[in-house]
Design a protein around this ligand. Sequence first.
Ligand code: COA
Ligand code: AMP
Length: 636
Amino acid sequence: MGAYASAMAQWRRAPDEFWLEAARAVDWDTGPDRAFDDGRSSVGSWFASGRINGCWNAVDRHVAAGHGERIAIIHDSPVTGQNTKITYRELQDRVAALAGALRARGVVAGDRVVIYMPMVVEALEAMLACARLGAVHSVVFGGFAAHELAVRIDDARPRAIIAGSCGIEPNRVVAYKPMLDAALEEAAHAPDFCVILQRAELPADLVDGRDLDYREICAAAEPAECVPVAGDHPAYILYTSGTTGAPKGVVRPTGGHLVSLAWTMEHVYGAAPGEVYWAASDVGWVVGHSYICYGPLIRGCTTVLFEGKPVGTPDAGTYWRVIAEHGVSIFFTAPTALRAIKREDPEGRLAAGYDLSSLRTLFLAGERADPDTVDWAARMLGVPVIDHWWQTETGAAIAANPVGLEQLPVKVGSPSVPMPGYDIAILGDDGSPLPPDTLGAVAIRLPLPPGCLPTLWDAEDRFRSAYLSRFPGYYDSGDSGLMDEDGYLWIMSRTDDVINVAGHRLSTGAMEEILADHPDVAECAVIGIDDAVKGQVPLGFLCLNHGTARPAEDIACEAADMVRTRIGPVAGLSAALVVDRLPKTRSGKILRKTLQELAGGGPLRVPPTVDDPAILEDIGKILRSSQLRAEGTDIC
Ligand code: COA
Ligand code: AMP
């Protein structure tokens, strides 16, 4: 039996023993006496009887073990020209100081702290300082604008907010602080204080009595020690898109999160302590939480924190430079980033100038890995390209090719096989399991393994209705797909109103709520259409109020602008098209899938339930004349 089959068999035979054994990879203040406890949440909890600290496991224990001089973080920032290395000992001092400064101002275990920062070392320090105190951080992606930040502040009700004064995009400096001010203006909740990291590129004005300077408070702080918390204490809340405009606050339990990351770093990624591991994502996404911050540090690796883009900072060779310069062994990115590089440098000329011999494996996630991109990357880099499938909700891979255990044959287009802890079933609409090679809903039999969400923050009913009610006894992943005869999973598409734009998970429902807010818009629909680089981009359809005298293009521009301003630039619509009517079923439901087929230009299956097929013809004409291209089109 191979190592993968053996691990799966051990887990199936005795899941508690399997996870208690895995839990030995992290340090506990009090070891858990059992792994699973089915009474403490509607889906049970893991390691609840243990006591543990996340920061100790990520930082202090490596210093205590004599690895204080090992590099913990490499901050590579082509947008500022900085390249900084921080040892585990320095990280410990810096995190202890920030934690001390927060504690001195009343932050205690269980308090929430919102973090709104660009890709700087202090973003990781802020997360780890919260973990040190047992405070629950909630990082908000910098590409979200004030309204989205306000929604998260009101939901999490933080005692403190830690923010950067600005972020740096290739084409501009993005002022974060005015966005924070506007969010606090809009939010009903007010934190006790804000901590602002002043960046040289755009320092911010501080509000008296509310805002504190990050560096000043750290310099004056008494360092804080790690505070052990219960194994099921929330480590963080990370908001993710759901069907409506209200984001879902995914809760990550401390013990399970640490155990899951320790297990996956070793067995999925095959990372050894001291190796350089690079996940080219953002701290605002789950990949950033699991594999820029916690995972590599728990494993004693050096993590690369990259502040730049795959292209344009300064060119499509940046990723290869980072790998060569820092000796990256394991690289994790989204297919969209590779597509962006491939478009600019299809022959890989820029890669040829770098020594990439340190690289052992490339991992892809965040969206479906299309075979073209996988083959191109494999040819260019000469290393295995491993797709793996996971979600914010799980915090780590549900299905992968566990190269740390054993590399299984790669099937391009499939994220491979279920990981221990995941009993994956493909279910039909009536909840019955489907045979191999049949498309259905991808569900996971309960209980979910350590690290997965036990609930949504302050929204247990929503947790049950979003994930547990459709298929009793299962977690509904929201993805559709199939399992082949060899047990390989194939993920096809979402079953809900979530789209994946450049590896970012966005809600079309949230965009529709904003478009509908425009005074001249009577009705609207947003769908995702294919895009050669970003995978999908959002396309809006607007029906205007009868008698609206203003030019339709102006209204379309204003409405699209509202989406960009309220959600953020990452949610920019590729176009907003004004149409007379939207296709609906006789019961009045908008036929978004049919719109998607129409926009995709493929064969159109006119659903028997459509109220008036002539509407489809009208919209088809508008789409053809709107010059929608595969790469999207400008609206205004
Ligand atoms: N702060 C402020 N603004 C941000 C931002 C941030 N952290 N991140 C993105 N934006 C802005 C961009 O500047 C851009 O603004 P613009 O429309 O005014 O130019 C807009 O949001 C869209 O950004 P993005 O979606 O990143 O598109 P892009 O055209 O700038 O770059 C890619 C395209 C594919 C290169 C880029 O999206 C990318 O690197 N994607 C990989 C994402 C990833 O790794 N995801 C993690 C999943 S594992
Ligand atoms: P997020 O929660 O932002 O990580 O997004 C999770 C969603 O992204 C999943 O539910 C899938 O729809 C999609 N996704 C992530 N990884 C993959 C993958 N390897 N293959 C296909 N889809 C993926």
